[in-house]
Design a binder for this molecule. Sequence first.
Ligand code: PSV
Ligand code: MN
Length: 414
Amino acid sequence: MNAPMHLPPHLTESALAARLDRFTIETPSWGYADTGTRFGKFLQAAAAGTIDEKLADAGHVHRLTGCCPTVALHVLWDFPHDDAGRLVGTPAAAATAVAGSAKSHAVAIGSINPNVFQDQRYKFGSVTNIDPAVRSVAMAHLMSSVELAKAAGSNLLSLWFADGSNYPAQANIRERKRWMHNALEALHAAMPPGMTMLVEYKPFEPTFYHTDIADWGMAASFARGAGPHAKVLVDTGHHLQGTNIEHIVAFLIAEGLLGGFHFNDRKYADDDLTMGSIDPYQLFRIFAEIAQAERETGKDLAIAYMIDQSHNIKPKIEAMIQTVMTAQEHFVKAMLIDFDAAAAARQQGDVVMAEGAWRSAYATDVRGFLADYRKSKGLPPDPLMAHRESGYEAKAAAARGGRKSAGGGGNSYA
Ligand code: PSV
Ligand code: MN
């Protein structure tokens, strides 16, 4: 029997449940496929190899959790391309086929992630490459990704650039800044109304000296320069050790520039470990900034909550469900903060009681509430156990494993 959950005076259980109804989490197609590190991949018999299998797995996760209605797609990994990286067929035809498959698995296409980082021609960058011919090939890919997004019914264009340099003097940083600005501005101009551009940053890797969009401030500046529908994407793994991510989150909210998250956790660098597996209190503090802003404005923030993880050793679907459950748990905990008590304590200079308001919300066991919430929606109270009992993994392994041992399967991301 679970102890009753303590709610702050401003919150009722039904208001909490209603907010949770509107908390959706996008899962990434690549999180269902075989991935690895640059040292190699460990193949899993049940991992998805085709776009239809990825969408089937995403549909299964949504069926069990009820809160993952959309799937992020990576353009080169999920739509048919020739060896030169050109889309096979028109964007409309490619998008219609994939959107049809998504629909058959009861999910929809979410963010569209162009890929201007893995082709040989991008060795020295894509939209900031010194060679104008490479810049225009990259631009053409980005523009066709807008067309794909339109045709797939997606309103999110999610951009990450590997562009940068490995050695001092390899690049003219200011020149590249101008090229990046020009590219994003042109892309923004090509977006239809209702589409949002997300600009992701990363301090290093694959470039190890300078990266053209290295931190949130650069991403914010580029987003502002691109236009009103460009926002910043915070990938939780993309910070140097010790960075206060929740400060960045609060700052971007205040600037109206927080567009979304790529959730994952890390111990050292961009480790792509399961969300909350290493530092769950940090995750709570991130959600606390969001919950506090929503409490103050009385409105939901328009944030795309997305997962960007590489499940190298955990079974893919289990890792995804575990992640989604962790996200819900920490989101609810943050909603439980007595913000008014914290504000009153702050007013008195009472640091201990202010912090205490956060700590007691964090310490609350919300699993019973979530199990009841799921039951009330006709969902399994424990989606992870329901998945284990469903037999889905064994069936997928039987259907997909043979092909894989023959050397196929997986996507090209390693
Ligand atoms: C780059 O590290 C990144 O976070 C970008 O979001 C890519 O799209 C994704 O990883 C690929 O897994
Ligand atoms: Mn990311």
